[in-house]
Design a protein around this ligand. Structure first.
Ligand SMILES: Nc1ncnc2c1ncn2[C@@H]1O[C@H](COP(=O)(O)OP(=O)(O)OP(=O)(O)O)[C@@H](O)[C@H]1O
Length: 232
């Protein structure tokens, strides 16, 4: 479970990006986090594994404050960011996806199994030796998603994961998210476009100006539109 209590984050003096947000992501929940550009979505989820430290409030992962145990938070909360250009650690696809599991100290066989499985899930099976700097933007995004899948986290947070994906890759990633969620992994998808996700989501939270403007199991199209979110 991820529990966020009164999380506040400022960039400098001027920008109050997240303003006292309280929110819980239960084990096994599928949550969509929506809201217009600049509403604070990325700033909020970056707190989930300690990439940002709150100015006020607290975030706990499975009961432990993120700031007390960053390593545990990062093992438990997998993150995939929009435009992952700078996030790669190896020159090849297989090397990059294997990096996380290698750091967990897993057996080679298990690492290979996870890498194959994760690449399969993003429709990049057999592309282990491809160089990352020669991939298209959408392929890089898929490698970043595979890297998070290979970590086998309890929570998976994806920030605008579908922007660069073609239809088949998008469907394939959605299928995998559905299967992971059925297995008990909590999934948080950040988006401002709810197409495809409404049937998967248990709950939709909409941010507006850094605050929770809506938290609903079944938001109406009108409510969403009023808050600047395109309904499904
Ligand atoms: N590194 C930064 N430095 C200064 N201000 C920032 C920084 N990152 C975000 N902001 C500001 O914080 C606010 C919230 O931004 P954030 O990226 O969290 O919103 P978002 O909802 O994820 O937006 P988008 O849908 O455009 O990705 C915005 O006003 C943004 O301009």
């Amino acid at each position: 479970m991820i529990s966020v209590e009164d999380y506040t984050y400022r960039y400098g003096e001027e920008t109050l990006a997240v303003d006292g947000v309280s929110l819980t992501v239960a084990a096994g929940e599928f949550l969509v986090l929506a809201g217009p550009n600049g509403s604070g979505k990325t700033t909020l989820v970056r707190g989930f594994n300690g990439l940002l430290t709150p100015d006020a409030g607290e975030i706990r992962v499975n009961g432990t404050p993120v700031t007390d145990d960053l390593v545990a938070a990062r093992a438990s909360v997998g993150m995939v960011f929009q435009d992952p250009r700078d996030g790669f650690v190896a020159a090849t696809v297989g090397g990059d996806v294997a990096f996380g599991p290698e750091n967990l100290g897993l057996e080679r066989q298990e690492i290979d199994r996870r890498v194959d499985d994760a690449l399969d899930a993003v429709r990049m099976a057999g592309r282990h030796e491809d160089r990352i700097d020669e991939l298209s933007g959408g392929e890089r995004e898929r490698v970043a998603i595979a890297g998070a899948l290979a970590m086998d986290p309890d929570h998976l947070v994806l920030d605008e994961p579908f922007t660069g994906l073609d239809l088949r890759a998008r469907e394939s990633v959605l299928d995998r998210l559905r299967a992971l969620n059925d297995d008990g992994v909590s999934v948080v998808v950040v988006t401002h476009d709810l197409r495809d996700l409404s049937t998967l989501a248990d709950r939709t939270v909409v941010l507006s100006d850094g605050q929770v403007a809506l938290d609903s199991d079944d938001p109406s199209p009108k409510e969403l539109e009023t808050l600047g979110v395109r309904p499904p």
